[in-house]
Design a protein around this ligand. Structure first.
Ligand code: FES
Length: 202
């Protein structure tokens, strides 16, 4: 009988797996979860920017409208400096267009053309001689009545009520070939009625 030698047991050699030198394949990101369904709340959230834009737009328009209103009101009542717009010979129109006893406003020229009862013309500057407010013509009371401090002037511009210190200023008037022209380059002051301020058409 054959006796088997005893010794340390050697495990059987396992052949090593061939090394894979290829690069590790990239890990693909997991797909994003599906987008949440549009709910009424989400839809309301989407409308917020548009609503904010509309509100902002209306705010801007409102401010612009208020600014324009303030400018128009202020330009009517504000005391004025020298008349920068009144430069040049202003053609008022044919003389027979203006009835005796009439007062015609020329806003762009900043004057009133008065045709007196005797047919003469007078161009009165529209600013009050107190602090320069625009003086409207009151056709009912037939006077210029200042809205700022209650000065009043008659149809020739003479002071009826203080605090205006002097009559309304005037511009030279010329009637040439039946056409009334006002020289708005020459604004003149006076302390009383000045016959030179009036032009009579024969
Ligand atoms: S500005 Fe006309 S009365 Fe004062």
């Amino acid at each position: 009988m054959t006796r088997r030698k005893h010794g340390p047991s050697i495990p059987p050699t396992v052949p090593a797996a061939p090394r894979d030198d290829r690069a590790t394949p990239p890990v693909m990101p997991s797909p994003a979860p599906p987008a949440a369904e549009a709910t009424p709340a989400a839809m309301a959230g989407d409308g917020q920017p548009r609503r904010r834009f509309v509100v902002r737009l209306w705010s801007i328009l409102g401010v612009a409208a208020l600014g324009e209103l303030a400018w128009v009101t202020g330009s009517f009542l504000r005391p004025r400096g020298r008349d920068a717009a009144s430069s040049g010979l202003f053609v008022a129109g044919p003389a027979d267009r203006f009835e005796p006893g009439s007062v015609t406003a020329f806003p762009t020229g900043h004057f009133y053309l008065v045709r007196l009862a005797d047919g003469g013309f007078l161009a009165l500057h529209r600013e009050c001689t107190h602090l320069g407010c625009t003086v409207p013509w009151d056709a009912t009371q037939r006077r210029f009545a200042c809205p700022c401090h209650a000065s009043a002037f008659d149809i020739t511009g003479q002071v009826l009520n203080a605090p205006a210190p002097r009559p309304l200023d005037f511009y030279p008037v010329r009637v040439e070939n039946g056409v009334v022209r006002v020289d708005t380059r020459q604004r003149r002051q006076r302390t009383a009625f000045d016959a030179a301020s009036q032009v009579t058409v024969g």
